[in-house]
Ligand binder design. Structure first.
Ligand code: SAM
Length: 247
C-alpha cells in the first residue's frame, strides 16, 4: 500500500509522530546565554532561573509549592533585615529565613489570616516581602471565600489581587522590595489570562516601580509535564518572579 500511494503512507506516519515516545519525557538540554561578570553576591542569579534540584524548604507535596532556592538567592542578593510572607502555604519562605537567621512574619488563609486585609499587618516595617499567590483558580486552596483561588470571576480576582499588592506595598519600608512569583493561566471558559501582565499593571497602580529584570523560573517538576493532551497548544514551562520597589 505504501509504495502504491505515498500520500496515504504519509498520513499514517503523521499519526505515528503524534504518539508520545519515552524520549519525549526525557529532559532536553538547551545552551543558556553567557552571563556578564558583575559584583553580584549571587552570580548565578540571572533572568533565567533553571535549578531543578529539590531542596529542604517547605513541603514539596503542598499544592503550588515553589521550592526555596529562588527565595534564598533573592535574600542573599538583597540582604534584608526582615521578611514578610502573608501567603506562606507550606512555609517555604519561613524555612529559608530560619536557615538564614532572618526574622520572618508568615501567615496564610489556612490560619484564617487574609493577606488582602491591611489592618492585620504591620505598616512601613519590612525590607523584603515575598508573595506567591494563587494563579487565580489553577489550584484551589481553602474553602474560604476570601481565598484568591475562590474568586468567582477574573474581575473579582483582579480586585482582590490589587488589595493584596497594595497591602504588601504598605508593609514595606521605603526602598523595600516586593517579590511576586506569578504565572499566566488559561482555561476553556476564561481563555488565556495574562496574570504576569496584571501583576505589573496593579503594582504600578499602587505606586510601586519595577526594580530589576523579570526572573523567568523554569517550571521543573510540573505535574502537567508528564501528561498527554489531545489538543494542540504552546505549553508554558515557566512562571515569572517580578521584583518591585517602594519609593
Ligand atoms: C501558591 S500557594 C503558596 C505556596 C508556597 N509558596 C509554598 O511553597 O508552599 C498560595 C497560597 O495562598 C494562600 N491564599 C490564598 N488566598 C489567600 C488570602 N486571601 N490570604 C492569605 N493567603 C491566601 C493559599 O492558601 C495558598 O497556601
Amino acid at each position: 500500500m505504501n509504495a502504491i500511494n505515498p500520500f496515504y503512507a504519509n498520513r499514517n506516519n503523521s499519526h505515528l509522530s503524534n504518539r508520545p515516545t519515552s524520549d519525549q519525557f526525557q529532559p532536553t538540554y538547551a545552551k543558556l546565554p553567557r552571563s556578564p561578570i558583575t559584583s553580584s553576591p549571587v552570580p548565578h542569579l540571572t533572568s533565567l532561573y533553571h535549578f531543578d534540584s529539590k531542596d529542604k524548604y517547605g513541603d514539596r507535596g503542598y499544592p503550588g509549592n515553589c521550592g526555596g532556592n529562588l527565595i534564598k538567592d533573592l535574600l542573599h542578593y538583597f540582604q534584608p533585615r526582615n521578611v514578610f510572607d502573608p501567603m506562606t502555604g507550606s512555609g517555604t519562605c519561613l524555612d529559608v529565613c530560619r536557615d538564614l537567621n532572618i526574622p520572618c512574619q508568615s501567615s496564610d488563609m489556612r490560619q484564617g489570616i487574609d493577606a488582602c486585609d491591611a489592618s492585620q499587618f504591620l505598616r512601613d516595617h519590612f525590607e523584603f516581602v515575598w508573595i506567591h499567590p494563587p494563579y487565580w483558580r489553577m489550584k484551589l486552596y481553602t474553602d474560604d471565600s476570601r481565598d484568591l483561588s475562590r474568586s468567582p470571576t477574573l474581575e473579582a480576582f483582579i480586585e482582590r489581587y490589587r488589595l493584596l499588592i497594595e497591602n504588601c506595598a504598605g508593609a514595606l519600608t521605603s526602598g523595600g522590595k516586593l517579590a511576586i512569583l506569578m504565572g499566566d493561566y488559561q482555561d476553556r471558559k476564561a481563555g488565556y489570562v495574562p496574570l504576569v501582565f496584571w501583576t505589573k499593571y496593579l503594582a504600578m497602580q499602587v505606586g510601586l516601580r519595577q526594580h530589576c529584570t523579570d526572573i523567568i523560573r523554569f517550571g521543573h517538576g510540573a505535574s502537567s509535564s508528564k501528561k498527554v493532551y489531545r489538543s494542540s497548544f504552546i505549553p508554558g514551562l515557566h512562571d515569572v518572579c517580578m521584583i518591585f520597589e517602594r519609593a
